[in-house]
Ligand binder design. Structure first.
Ligand SMILES: [Zn+2]
Ligand SMILES: [Zn+2]
Length: 102
């Protein structure tokens, strides 16, 4: 990523909770927030990306679009580490940290 791309990523993730994962509290100290991502709480990231971009593109393109559109609040999101993001995908949309008995 270029320095300006890193700046956009940091700005977007910080808006949703970085440098801390909002699920497990992990703190990402890397300059690029390499361990963090945006998570859709209703598990509808695909719909959101299509609504904003007209495609399922993710990552930087999605971050740029979020910023350009003033961070619309119609989809609830938070910053999570990849463990939690993937954990939720594998567990019906809820990270095992938050699931009953998880
Ligand atoms: Zn986490
Ligand atoms: Zn978690």
């Amino acid at each position: 990523m270029t320095p300006s791309e890193v700046a956009i990523k940091r700005e977007v993730l910080e808006r949703y909770g970085a440098p801390a994962c909002q699920c497990c509290g992990f703190i990402d100290t890397t300059p690029t927030y390499a361990f963090l991502s945006l998570a859709h709480l209703a598990n509808n990231g695909k719909d959101h990306r299509r609504a904003l971009l007209g495609s399922n593109a993710c990552g930087l393109q999605f971050y740029k679009r979020l910023k350009a559109t003033g961070y619309p609040a119609d989809f609830s999101m938070e910053t999570q580490c990849w463990n939690c993001n993937r954990g939720a995908l594998a567990n019906h949309g809820v990270c095992p940290h938050r699931a009953d008995g998880g």
